[in-house]
Design a protein around this ligand. Structure first.
Ligand code: SF4
Length: 242
């Protein structure tokens, strides 16, 4: 099998409950959404080239043709592995669009999935091969889709699927305009699946500063329903990493 991939590199996971963990990142192309804060807009399109880091964590890349074969990707991951590396991060774009390829990867290292959670049928195909699932829930103000209710329903179904078999947490990007009201459907939805699922509130990385008081207020609001609520910003951006 083959897949359209944007880039493969070794770096430090900067988001969520595994922030600080070394990973080989496989960034897939294509995404069905258009979030206003998207920091990887190039990966939303299919292109005919993919960039591959030559030596782990050097930022020195060469280009190969898309689509990339399963065997070539596995060989690349092995070359980019390092002693402190712990997971293969499947990110995007939206990796679940290429779930059949991921299912056939059969990699010897644990798979860490970063998904917008929009494809529960594809998630079902992968539930027994994913070790860690980082599942986004989008908010109405993210402007990710014109069909928000459908997206939220799919996101919650995806989270429930992964929560049965993988270490699962939810990540929600907080914008300056986010309110308790815009967060409530997401929080209630997570609580209806499992109150123990960690919720990471991630302040958007931008010039638009979010007041600390807002974060405390949103944490306490979510904490009334969920047992593990944390605020974690994008730490890789602070370090100037990919
Ligand atoms: S889901 Fe991710 S890749 Fe897709 S538009 Fe939103 S931020 Fe960008």
């Amino acid at each position: 099998m083959q897949a359209h991939i944007e880039e493969v590199f070794n770096s430090i996971q900067g988001e969520g409950t595994h922030a600080g963990t070394r990973q080989v990142f496989v960034r897939f192309q294509q995404c069905q959404l258009h979030c206003q804060y998207c920091d990887t807009p190039r990966s939303r399109q299919v292109t005919y080239s993919c960039r591959i880091e030559k030596i782990p964590a050097t930022g020195d890349f060469h280009t190969v043709k898309n689509p990339v074969s399963r065997d070539y990707l596995i060989e690349t991951i092995q070359k980019l592995w390092s002693p402190s590396t712990r997971h293969i991060s499947l990110t995007g774009g939206e990796p679940l669009i290429q779930a059949d390829f991921i299912r056939e990867l059969n990699a010897e290292h644990p798979l860490y999935l970063e998904t917008n959670s929009g494809f529960p049928d594809e998630a079902r195909k992968l539930k027994d091969v994913i070790a860690v699932a980082s599942c986004d829930i989008k908010l109405p103000e993210h402007d990710s889709t014109r069909h928000y209710d459908d997206l939220l329903k799919n996101e919650l179904e995806t989270i429930a699927i992964f929560n049965e078999s993988a270490e699962t947490f939810v990540k929600i990007v907080v914008l300056p305009e986010t309110t308790k009201g815009s967060l409530s459907s997401a929080v209630n939805g997570i609580a209806s699946i499992d109150r123990n699922i960690p919720l990471i509130l991630q302040p958007v990385t931008s010039d638009r500063r979010i007041h600390a008081g807002k974060l405390f207020e949103l944490m306490d609001f979510a904490g009334e329903k969920l047992k593990d609520v944390r605020v974690i910003p994008q730490t890789h951006k602070m370090m100037g990493l990919l």
